[in-house]
Design a protein around this ligand. Structure first.
Ligand code: G6P
Length: 615
């Protein structure tokens, strides 16, 4: 996690650094800092957010032509000013470092450097990088070479940017396991953890690759790769023109990114399905040129993911079994990577991730390959991410940048993609007739409009939110394919409103959670008019009979009447396979409005970050 930005230009770079940090704040926001060269290295750090850093910078009139900056999500060491980046080392000529990632062997390096007389002022793993570079600079006077030599000693994942007091005319940056992009500008050069932070300065972007180390000056750059040579072999990397629009990363008329992203879902899903919406039939090529070959060999599916993406996988399991007749296992990536599962070469491994950067998902996928799984597919929202690069097949959810920490449009676009995958596999394995294929395409064509319709329940949800905001706990119930949707609804509520929420498969209620039911426990139920509705209604009766307050999201044709202690919001008539996607919408709205009533930080909930690039 953490966000990095650096700039070296012909003008004062402080505004670029601050604007970049604001764009990167989704990656971590428990402290922020920057350093610029201005008659020496001038550093400003705060435990506050980027807006606090901006105030300090104005007070201190900080300016400089080169600088690096950081917004932190604490891993080693509590959020405090002394643990905030940049970290320094060296006496005669200071070194400043910002870092995203984790240095796994930091303890060994720290003790070694302590023996050599280096004094540590923070609890971070990052500080060892600064001292290591300073140490190597004692033998090797060129900073670029000293950085390369230091990197050879680091284990773990990192993206770093380094400056030296005596040579303010350059910034050295490196990437290994965490994203880092160079922005090539007319009046300067830039580096950042993602494109959105660079757009203010340039659209010409270079995606650094694993092992790349680069030197930036105000009028040029050079890149070497250190994977096979400690001092690096020169490499050329393509410059891409980013097509990301400013609108995509700006709030526009919305109060929060989460609100914007909830309401963008009709267009996000339409973009994701664009290639299908105008087609007469579905082609496996949508998943990559090798897809037909790989899908024809696929007999089982293994899905690896975390958080909301894991919930998308759980929904897909129901679809894959029912529509494609394919058995599917869905695993929490952080658990899978430490088990001893049995590999099967005919199982297609699918990594689902909004960011494509989640450390556990990446590691689980690698582990699956090591175990002997042959083929992999990424479903991901970030085209240049590590996940996309490490799989045989890929499908991009074209949701556009998702900035709110609580995932919304990434989830529904993942679901749309997984439904498409399901019907593709079903078709290839002769489980779907040509007629049914047409029906699914027609349903997918209708999905953006159906999502628009689902968003119209907002005024009713707002009323419910007022009573929810007073509660400390909530239960979410669903059955079948809507059980993972209940899990996602509970996750949304706890993430942003801090109300303890748990999801249960409604049939499990009587095996324990029913003991929790009283008038203080709101129970949210997802009640679509599917084949399990009758069963669910009995479960709801069990709650009602015990004085529980029920909040039911039903279909127009679910035939559940309001009564004392039983509130109902109705969506449109039952939407078949699309139903879990549509039933997600009111749950997102509920979490959002409860959070508004409670006054919590919707887009940046406490203790969380968007892209979890550490274990
Ligand atoms: C974090 C985010 C969640 C997200 C999860 C997995 O916990 O806050 O919103 O679902 O990571 O992220 P990914 O990028 O792999 O989908």
């Amino acid at each position: 996690m953490c966000g990095i930005i650096g700039a070296i230009a012909n003008t004062n770079v402080v505004p670029v650094l601050l604007e970049g940090l604001l764009r990167l704040e989704y990656r971590g926001y428990d402290s922020a800092g920057l350093v610029v060269t201005n008659k020496g290295l001038e550093r400003v750090r705060t435990t506050g957010r980027v807006t606090e850093l901006s105030k300090l910078v104005v007070q201190q009139k900080t300016q400089g032509f080169a600088g690096i900056a950081h917004t932190r999500w604490a891993t080693h060491g509590v959020p405090s000013e002394r643990n905030a980046h940049p970290h320094f080392s060296g006496q005669d000529s200071k070194i400043a470092v910002v870092h995203n990632g984790i240095i796994e062997n930091h303890e060994a390096i720290r003790s070694n450097l302590k023996d050599k007389g280096f004094e540590f002022l923070s609890d971070t793993d990052t500080e060892v990088i600064a001292h290591l570079i300073a140490f190597n600079l004692q033998q090797e006077t060129d900073l670029f070479k000293a950085v390369c030599l230091s990197l050879a000693e680091l284990q773990g994942a990192y993206a770093i940017a380094v400056m030296e007091e005596d040579h303010p005319e350059r910034i050295i940056v490196a990437r290994n396991g965490a994203p880092l992009l160079i922005g090539v500008g007319k009046d300067g050069n830039y580096v950042a953890s993602d494109t959105s932070a660079l757009l203010q300065a340039t659209r010409s972007i270079i995606y650094l690759e694993e092992g790349d180390v680069a030197e930036l000056s105000n009028d040029g750059y050079r890149i070497v790769n250190c994977l096979h040579n400690r001092l690096g072999d020169p490499v050329q990397r393509a410059v891409h023109e980013s097509t990301l629009s400013n609108e995509a990363i700006e709030l526009g008329p919305y109060a929060h990114y989460m609100q914007k992203e909830i309401f963008e879902q009709p267009s996000a899903v339409a973009n994701t399905l664009e290639m299908v919406l105008n087609a007469q039939s579905i082609s496996p090529n949508l998943f990559g040129s090798e897809a037909e070959k790989i899908f024809s060999k696929t007999s089982k599916i293994l899905i690896l993911a975390c958080g909301t993406s894991y919930h998308a996988g759980l929904v897909a399991r129901y679809w894959l079994e029912t529509v494609a007749g394919m058995s599917c296992n869905v695993e929490i990536a952080s658990e899978y990577r430490y088990r001893d599962p049995i590999a099967d070469p005919n199982t297609l491994v699918i990594g689902i991730s909004q960011s494509g950067e989640t450390a556990d998902t990446l590691a689980a996928l690698n582990y699956a390959k090591k175990l002997g799984h042959q083929y992999s597919l990424a479903i991901c929202n970030v085209p240049e991410s590590a996940l996309i690069r490490q799989t045989d097949l890929r499908f991009l959810t074209r949701a556009g940048p998702e900035i709110g920490v609580a995932s919304t449009k990434a989830f529904t676009t993942q679901l749309a993609s997984l439904l498409l995958l399901t019907v593709t596999l079903a078709k290839m394995h002769k489980k779907l007739s040509a007629d049914d294929e047409k029906k699914v395409i027609a349903a997918l064509r209708h999905l953006p409009v159906a999502l628009q319709h689902a968003l119209q329940v907002e005024p009713q949800v707002k009323i419910w939110a007022k009573s929810f905001a007073q509660k400390r706990h909530a239960l979410f119930l669903g059955r079948g394919v809507h059980y993972p949707i209940a899990m996602e609804g509970a996750l949304k509520l706890k993430e942003i409103s801090y109300i303890h929420a748990e999801a249960y498969a409604a049939g499990e209620l009587k095996h324990g959670p029913l003991a929790l039911v009283d008038s203080e426990m709101p129970i949210v139920a997802i009640a679509p008019n599917d084949q399990l509705l009758g069963k669910l209604k009995s479960n709801l009766q069990e709650v009602h009979a015990r004085g529980g307050e029920l909040y039911v999201f039903a279909d127009a044709d679910s035939q559940i009447a309001e009564s004392e202690g039983l509130h109902v919001i109705r969506l449109a008539e039952h939407a078949g396979l699309l139903s879990p996607i549509l039933h997600t919408i009111p749950l997102q709205l509920l979490a959002y409005h409860v959070s508004l009533v409670k006054g919590t930080d919707v887009d940046k909930p406490r203790n969380l970050a968007k892209a979890v690039t550490v274990e």
